[in-house]
Ligand binder design. Structure first.
Ligand SMILES: *[C@@H]1O[C@H](CO)[C@@H](O)[C@H](O)[C@H]1NC(C)=O
Ligand SMILES: *[C@@H]1O[C@H](CO)[C@@H](O)[C@H](O)[C@H]1NC(C)=O
Length: 448
């Protein structure tokens, strides 16, 4: 547990930097699959923090995996890079590649705790268990041929295991959550996952909502509608914006045109109102190395540069187009700038870092979390996202067949997975939390 003085120091540091976590998403590898090493992450983090027009505010990094590429469960090198550059982290455990892979994510989280406690304590904003895993087993995700996902019951298991792994460590106070598309949360069949989370990470791309009127001029209203839908099911949980953005180049989706001009408009309408107020990890700093994907969301091109492809300043911008309420900069995120409340500032989210051993396709997936083919296709699975804007609740989900790949890897959740109603999922969650408590006790003893 961090000491009071550490907490005060953190509160001061946080309040100096910004009122909320603000940064970008960072994949574990480049578009061609080349694994990033520590110096690559340092270059990216330093570049993000020095982007012209941003006043050095982009100092947080969301990761998709705890595992360094090429290793079984070594901590991802983004962690020492973040320590060196004073970059805060939203750690992520990849949850869509089955039990063995997730075990390695947990092992890497524990290895991170062993190696870096004392250095990362004040840097961790939160821990995300999974990324769009529920989207991938949704009707739209299956229709888009996305990767195997993860069932709600398995995710609840994984979340409990993650809590057990950080119990009694320097990351014990870090809030644990999940990242998914907005329509995954509004699907009643996934309610047990929400109940298991401290916060909800929302990914939203109006650009891909091609069954709606989605010119960039409607970007803010579509984003707001998604945020409101998640708010309706979030209870008291904060909603963190884990991915959103507009591409600078690429195909047109219905009325959505990719261009630097439109990327600027979306940044201005959607990003500026939230920066400093709500935790935001924008998509993305760079996705065009070594080659430019279609579409491309990077605010810089193939070469890192302090000069972005479009204006990133928020000076004089109308910040009324998005309202995220008071929740997202709340105390639970630790992102609070209220230096007088050392507790809330200190308790923010400094979760642990899980480890995974991505291989091949999973590696590509860990770049952005969408495609099983290449990192350049990371958002292809979103193409039909809008079709699910009004998810049917408690659907019989014959589509659950897709989750079979995941549930099969975790026998304990098989029963929960087959249950299509929220109640069934909830009971599974309770059973899982009992198991987690037992594991936590064992871990606590081990730590002592
Ligand atoms: C709702 O969620 C369940 C479980 O994740 C999934 O099987 C189902 O396909 C989802 N419904 C829709 C309409 O996508
Ligand atoms: C991606 O997934 C689809 C659907 O499961 C599959 O047909 C395709 O072969 C996969 N691509 C790669 C490169 O693994």
């Amino acid at each position: 547990m961090p000491s009071t003085s550490n907490l005060l120091a953190l509160a001061a540091a946080v309040s100096t930097a910004s009122a909320a976590f603000q940064g970008f998403n960072y994949g574990a590898s480049y578009g061609d699959g080349t694994v990033k090493v520590q110096s690559n992450f340092e270059d990216e983090f330093n570049n993000a923090a020095s982007l012209v027009g941003t006043d050095g505010a982009f100092t947080s990094a969301r990761l998709y995996t705890m595992v360094q590429g090429g290793s079984t469960n070594d901590p991802i090198s983004a962690i020492p890079a973040a320590i060196k550059t004073k970059t805060s982290l939203l750690l992520g455990l990849w949850a869509s590649a089955g039990r063995t892979s997730f075990d390695n994510e947990i092992a890497a989280l524990k290895n991170t705790i062993d190696q870096y406690c004392g250095e990362i304590d004040d840097l961790v904003a939160g821990i995300s268990v999974g990324s769009e895993d529920l989207y991938r087993i949704s009707e739209t995700g299956i229709a888009a041929d996305s990767d195997p996902g993860c069932s709600p019951a398995t995710l609840v298991d994984y979340i409990a295991e993650t809590r057990a792994a950080i119990k009694g460590t320097c990351l014990s106070a870090i809030p644990v959550g999940h990242v998914d598309t907005w329509n995954a949360y509004s699907n009643d069949s996934n309610s047990a996952v929400i109940e298991a989370c401290d916060w909800l990470g929302m990914d939203t791309y109006p650009y891909y909502q091609d069954t709606e009127n989605n010119p960039v001029s409607e970007g803010a209203s579509l984003f707001q509608a998604a945020f409101d839908k998640v708010t309706a099911v979030a209870g008291s949980r904060e909603i963190w914006i884990t991915e959103t953005g507009w591409p600078v180049s690429g195909d047109t989706y219905n009325k959505a045109v990719a261009s630097t001009k439109n990327a600027r408009t979306y940044w201005e309408d959607v990003g500026c109102p939230m920066f400093g107020v709500t935790n935001v990890w924008w998509y993305t700093l760079q996705d065009a190395a070594p080659t430019t994907p279609n579409p491309s969301f990077g605010v810089v091109g193939s070469t890192l540069s302090k000069t972005p492809l479009y204006d990133l300043s928020c000076d004089g911008v109308d910040k009324t187009k998005i309202s995220t309420g008071s929740g997202s900069s709340g105390s639970s995120s630790g992102s609070s700038s209220s230096s007088s409340d050392s507790d809330s500032a200190a308790t923010p989210s400094t979760p642990a870092t899980p480890a995974s051993t991505p291989t091949g396709a999973q590696y590509s997936a860990s770049y952005g979390g969408y495609s099983n083919s290449t990192a350049t296709g990371i958002h292809s699975a979103y193409t039909t996202l809008a079709a699910a804007s009004t998810p049917t609740s408690g659907s019989s989900s014959g589509s659950g067949s897709d989750s079979g790949s995941d549930s099969g890897s975790s026998a304990s959740t098989a029963a929960g997975s087959s249950s299509t109603d929220a109640a069934g999922s909830s009971s599974g969650a309770q059973l899982n939390s009992f198991g987690a408590a037992a594991v936590a006790l064992i871990l606590a003893v081990a730590v002592l």
